[in-house]
Design a protein around this ligand. Structure first.
Ligand code: DOR
Ligand code: ZN
Length: 385
């Protein structure tokens, strides 16, 4: 990727650059997996000019002071690589720091609540604390972003399933029921306080139905889906094993088809990469010591352009899912960033082309048609191919 002065746009199509509402750039605390230098290259080389970063850092980002400190590191790393990547940060909800929610309104784009344990230590377990998060967020008109998996059900299923080293068990232990129950609970609280609710990485048919109903009821409830739930299923454990272990986990073909139906009928609002890089050596530890998470920011656009070529959705719908809706939901300042794409370029996904520090992708080997060629961020043109 290099900075250029002009665009040769023959045969290319211009789209608004992507906003990725869900990334884990691992800073501070785990810069060996990613930082904002590698993250910025990964983003801009794949048409993304704005990312919204999750708070499950080490230590977790659950206070204003932590957000300010994180911002300082990010700005300095972005400056050092000369990429004016735009970004927003989420505050992590924690029962001992609930008073930070209202105060974070000016600095965070939303508050992230983990209803089930995942990578990192953030978790809100008690119903009372959760109620309080929604009440406080609503009082300052802040979006609540949920990781909707019910902790009690996760614990119960883990116990019931017993010890196992089979990564495919991950999708059984972290059952659809755990996600459905948590999503139902979150929607109830959104209704109670009229809080804007953004359901991250929605993965099941039933949750989609809950969101469809919530929208019909006029609630400000929004659904994000990830590329891994759109392009991988439980069948992919056979080849990729713990590499495709994620939370929420891969689901059935039926769930996957329901997500595509939600994309077609407008129930799904955004596509977030949930770019969650871990090194291969970490991912290859025997299950369940292997960490959950799949890298995805660099493959989001080519996978979706390939889907456009296969007539699964239109370019207009893709723009809503990757730009317009995120801008509205999170009240982001509009920008003129662009990505120019070649809808006919056919290329294999290769791990060696990736800019992420983790250096691997579960889509490696797939031949996709439709790739970004130039990204314009804040007036600067980056040639990708
Ligand atoms: O698979 C996941 N990985 N799910 C999460 O909720 C967190 C993420 C990570 O940070 O690795
Ligand atoms: Zn995530």
């Amino acid at each position: 990727m290099k900075c250029v002065k002009t665009i040769d746009h023959q045969g290319l199509i211009e789209l608004p650059a992507l906003i990725d509402p869900h990334v884990h750039f691992r800073t501070p605390g785990e810069c060996h997996k990613e930082d904002w230098k590698s993250g910025a290259f990964a983003a801009v080389s794949s048409g993304v000019t704005m990312v919204c970063d999750m708070p499950n850092n080490k230590p977790p980002c659950m206070t204003i002071d932590a957000l300010i400190a994180k911002k300082k590191i990010i700005d300095s790393q972005l400056r050092s690589v000369g990429i004016p990547l735009r970004y927003g940060l989420y505050l992590g909800a924690d029962k001992n720091h609930l008073d930070q929610i209202e105060k974070a309104k000016e600095i965070a784009i939303g508050v992230k609540v983990y209803l089930g344990s995942t990578t990192g230590s953030l978790l809100v377990e008690s119903a009372l604390d959760l109620d309080e998060v929604f009440r406080r967020a609503a009082s300052v008109d802040m979006v609540v972003v949920v990781h909707a998996e019910d902790e009690e059900i996760l614990k119960r299923e883990k116990e019931r399933y017993g010890p196992t080293t089979d990564p495919a068990a991950h999708s059984k232990i972290r059952s659809p029921e755990a996600a459905i129950v948590a999503t139902r609970e979150a929607i109830k609280l959104a209704a109670k306080y009229q809080t804007s609710l953004y359901i991250a990485h929605l993965s099941t048919k039933e949750e989609l139905e809950l969101v469809r109903q919530a929208k019909k009821d006029g609630l400000p409830v929004y659904a994000e889906v990830t590329p891994h739930h759109l392009f991988l299923t439980v069948d992919d454990y056979a080849e990729w094993k713990s590499l495709v272990q994620a939370n929420p986990p891969l689901r059935s073909h039926e769930d996957q088809e329901a997500l595509w139906a939600g994309i077609a009928d407008g129930t799904v609002d955004t596509i977030g990469s949930d770019h969650a890089p871990h090194l291969l050596e970490e991912k290859r530890r025997p299950y369940p010591q292997s960490p959950s998470g799949i890298p995805g920011i660099e493959t989001l656009l080519p996978l979706m352009l390939d889907a456009v070529n296969q007539k699964r959705l239109s370019l207009e719908r893709l723009t809503e899912l990757t730009h317009t809706n995120a801008e509205k939901i999170f009240s982001l300042p509009p920008n003129d960033d662009r990505v120019w794409v070649d809808m006919e370029m056919k290329k294999e996904v290769r791990a060696s082309d990736l800019k992420t520090k983790c250096g691997w992708s579960p889509y490696a080997g797939r031949v996709l048609t439709g790739w970004p060629v130039y990204t314009i961020v804040n007036g600067e043109i980056f040639a990708i191919q």
